[in-house]
Design a protein around this ligand. Structure first.
Ligand SMILES: *[C@@H]1O[C@H](CO)[C@@H](O)[C@H](O)[C@H]1NC(C)=O
Ligand SMILES: *[C@@H]1O[C@H](CO)[C@@H](O)[C@H](O)[C@H]1NC(C)=O
Ligand SMILES: *[C@@H]1O[C@H](CO)[C@@H](O)[C@H](O)[C@H]1NC(C)=O
Ligand SMILES: *[C@@H]1O[C@H](CO)[C@@H](O)[C@H](O)[C@H]1NC(C)=O
Ligand SMILES: *[C@@H]1O[C@H](CO)[C@@H](O)[C@H](O)[C@H]1NC(C)=O
Ligand SMILES: *[C@@H]1O[C@H](CO)[C@@H](O)[C@H](O)[C@H]1NC(C)=O
Ligand SMILES: *[C@@H]1O[C@H](CO)[C@@H](O)[C@H](O)[C@H]1NC(C)=O
Ligand SMILES: *[C@@H]1O[C@H](CO)[C@@H](O)[C@H](O)[C@H]1NC(C)=O
Length: 494
């Protein structure tokens, strides 16, 4: 009886031990076809409740999320951005793609793409984007005004695009880019309002009289409108570029976390007592995506109400922004609801005209499972990661589709596959995507084999398990002895 019990307990412990230590292990890529469908075999991939991601969108499919690759067939709010391709002048298109979405933050305050709703306590987001602007040079320059009066027989008090603005002594001058009611936004490249001296001295403050002239009146001879500047801070300079945002319910429940990457960058949980998590204190001060395509990843987990145990992690091209041990307090007793909506980039208060943001693709899932391709055989050395979009996923088999993107011209034998499990744990050494063969139009089957390094790793990990088993054996003996002692004592009493 006792040896049997011992054996059963040992097996249970062994199994749980294996699960504690298990990291995803790829043993074979059994199929890689010309349409880039791939089958990955191995173990410890962990169960994924939904086989496909919550949402997959790529500009090559148009503006709607792909129902083939993801589960959502539509966005959850108004879509921001225009579909462009290489026939549109001055566009940038990501490598391996034909189209992109772009939005001019200088003319629209809306977010690019759309909010996406989710119900889970975890989230993983992968996206590819490009900023065709400089957060410094392309900032919005604004004065608000009141008391506008028409002068010299002009028939309106409405400031319009192209008009000139000066102070009474004409020492500060600017040209109006656009003018929503009661405000004028100015060009950063015409006039002197963007000069450092102006920025420092802030000479157009609340109460300063200002004058507006017609577009052709380049001598500033006949003002058409006069007004009083009413901008509390003086000339207002701003490029309020939020690069990521989680909400509970936009516009209703103002609990959100947002992130920015400018020189004042931060992660800020609004309405929190914890204060901003400033970019200046991050492990890696991730740079804005200025005139470069970046792949960015976010991994989120809600917190226990009031506890600082929530997770948010951010990587740009596999560069981790802050320490794994960083935790956040997103929800509190007074605001206990977890986030339900995720937004991509958005700008408030304008920017210079032609400040285009581009998006190539977006992948969102409710768990942290994912499959990535990297350009190094060691995960942490990869400086670029691209996605494999899964459509089947169990402990031992993943089927999906490669998005080569950045790696479009990279030989497959320089690329390595990584599986991240439910906990975001990855196989440290990647599995080579192709040993010698490129996919062919005939739908060639490429068979990968366990490489020597993989064998060494697996031997090491078996050795570890063996050592751990001995430790457990000793503990088991100890526990059983304890049990026997307890039994003996009980017998003695009863
Ligand atoms: C490129 O964009 C133009 C203008 O929107 C459109 O007419 C054309 O069909 C697009 N071409 C491709 C290949 O998508
Ligand atoms: C979230 O839950 C609501 C209510 O059960 C449901 O209508 C909605 O489809 C769910 N959304 C997602 C993204 O699963
Ligand atoms: C003011 O005058 C301009 C040209 O002098 C004319 O185009 C415009 O319609 C007029 N606006 C109003 C509100 O009368
Ligand atoms: C605009 O000009 C008129 C006429 O010169 C003057 O009475 C008024 O005070 C000026 N308003 C502002 C805001 O400077
Ligand atoms: C991450 O945080 C842990 C715990 O605070 C600390 O021991 C470790 O040095 C940090 N690592 C880095 C790279 O900052
Ligand atoms: C990975 O790709 C980046 C960008 O293309 C390149 O700079 C880097 O050298 C590559 N690294 C390896 C190990 O191939
Ligand atoms: C990974 O990076 C480390 C540290 O830079 C380096 O020592 C190692 O050789 C790299 N390994 C591979 C496979 O690129
Ligand atoms: C996983 O899926 C594959 C292919 O559908 C199947 O052959 C295998 O038995 C499944 N494994 C488990 C553990 O469910």
């Amino acid at each position: 009886m006792r040896p049997l019990l011992f054996l059963v307990l040992l097996v249970i412990l062994q199994v749980s031990l294996l699960h504690v230590n298990a990291i995803p292990q790829i043993t074979a890529i059994t199929k890689l076809t010309s349409d880039l469908k791939i089958t990955i075999q191995g173990q410890y991939f962990t169960q994924k409740p939904n086989q496909k991601p919550l949402l997959y969108w790529h500009a090559d499919f148009g503006i709607l999320p792909s129902i083939e690759f993801g589960r959502k067939s539509n966005w959850d709010s108004t879509f921001g951005g225009d579909l462009v391709n290489s026939t549109t002048p001055n566009v940038v298109i990501s490598k391996g793609s034909r189209s992109a979405i772009r939005l001019d933050h200088g003319t629209k305050e809306s977010a690019i793409l759309s909010l996406v709703e989710f119900n889970s306590s975890q989230l993983y987001v992968w996206r590819r984007r490009y900023d065709a602007f400089s957060l410094e040079k392309d900032r919005a320059i604004r004065t608000r005004y009141i008391n506008a009066k028409a002068l010299n027989g002009y028939n309106s008090t409405v400031v319009t695009t192209g008009m000139w603005m000066t102070t009474l002594d004409k020492s500060i001058w600017a040209q109006v880019n656009y003018a929503p009611a009661g405000a004028a936004f100015y060009s950063a490249t015409v006039g002197n309002i963007n000069n450092d001296a102006t920025v420092t001295v802030q000479r157009i403050q609340t109460g300063t009289p200002i004058l507006f002239y017609g577009e052709n009146d380049v001598q500033f001879s006949t003002p058409l409108i006069n007004a009083t500047a009413n901008e509390g801070t003086g000339v207002y300079f701003s490029f309020n570029h939020k690069v990521f945002r989680l909400w509970v319910e936009y516009g209703v429940e103002p609990i959100n976390v947002y992130m920015s990457l400018d020189k004042y960058g931060m992660v800020e949980v609004e309405h929190s007592v914890d204060g901003p998590f400033l970019r200046s204190t991050w492990m890696n001060k991730i740079q804005p995506a200025e005139r470069r395509w970046v792949n960015e990843e976010f991994q989120y987990q809600s917190n226990s109400v009031n506890e600082i145990d929530g997770k948010l992690h951010f990587w740009q091209d596999n560069l981790r922004a802050w320490n794994e041990s960083k935790r956040f307090r997103f929800r509190t007793t007074s605001r206990p609801n977890p986030f339900k909506q995720v937004y991509q980039t958005q700008v408030s208060n304008g920017a210079q005209i032609n400040s285009f943001e581009y998006f190539d693709s977006l992948y969102i899932d409710e768990t942290w499972h994912r499959v990535l391709i990297g350009n190094s055989s060691v995960y942490s050395n990869c400086t670029k990661l691209e996605l494999i979009v899964p459509n089947k996923w169990n402990e031992t088999t993943i089927e999906g589709t490669l998005r080569l993107g950045e790696f479009t011209d990279t030989p497959l034998n320089q690329l390595f596959v990584y599986v991240l499990d439910a906990n975001g744990v990855v196989n440290r050494n990647g599995f080579n995507l192709a040993v010698s063969n490129q996919p062919t139009s005939s739908g060639l089957v490429v068979v990968g084999t366990l490489s020597n390094t993989k064998r060494v790793n697996s031997i090491v990990s078996h050795a570890n398990q063996l050592v751990s088993s001995f430790a457990f054996l000793i503990i088991m003996f100890f526990l059983i002895d304890l049990q026997l002692a307890v039994a003996a004592v009980s017998c003695w009493f009863f």
